[in-house]
Design a protein. Structure first.
Length: 168
């Protein structure tokens, strides 16, 4: 049976709407929109009295290309290149794609620099398990399992043959 076009209806094309929603890094606009929608007096009072720091963080998140930094070098001790590159790429991905992560990093970096706080850097250790250790007066350690090719081992992966020891 041949296919005919007589019963196919064409749907009219809709023009793309030029109105954009509130971007995730526009905290003030987002909270203002919520304030209008909720009409809650307590929430309105809180939104009306936000500190200037919130606006600065929004501006930094908006201009991430101008405000980029090497997160690994700021927060971590130097380590083997293959491990460093793996962690750097993960951190850079989240910094570029997550306004929340970007704000947290920017806040921590600015707070440390502006208040002349010496940030203790985290040392990455190769181990068979994931763990984090931060003891008073001692260093900060992040233990991560890597395979023989230098890639992070999935936390649910239990094949000991592909893991490398901390000596390697």
């Amino acid at each position: 049976m041949p296919i005919t076009l007589e019963h196919i209806a064409a749907k009219p094309l809709q023009e793309n709407s030029k109105a954009k929603g509130v971007r995730t890094w526009d905290t003030i606009q987002y909270l203002s929109a919520l304030d209008k929608a909720c009409q809650d007096t307590v929430f309105h009072e809180q939104v009306s009295n936000l500190p200037k720091e919130y606006t600065r963080l929004d501006e930094m998140a908006r201009d991430e290309k101008e405000y980029s930094l090497n997160i690994f070098d700021f927060f971590f001790e130097p380590t083997a290149d293959i491990i460093c590159d793996d962690i750097k790429s993960t951190l850079d991905f989240y910094y570029s794609n997550s306004p929340t992560f970007r704000r947290l990093v920017n806040y921590k970096v600015n707070h440390s620099i502006n208040n002349d706080i010496d940030t203790s850097k985290c040392e990455v250790k190769v181990s068979p398990n994931y763990s984090y250790e931060n003891t008073e007066g001692s260093g900060v350690y992040l233990s991560l399992p890597f395979d023989k090719k230098g890639f992070l081992v999935d936390p649910e992966f239990h094949d000991c043959e592909t893991r490398i020891t901390s000596e390697k």
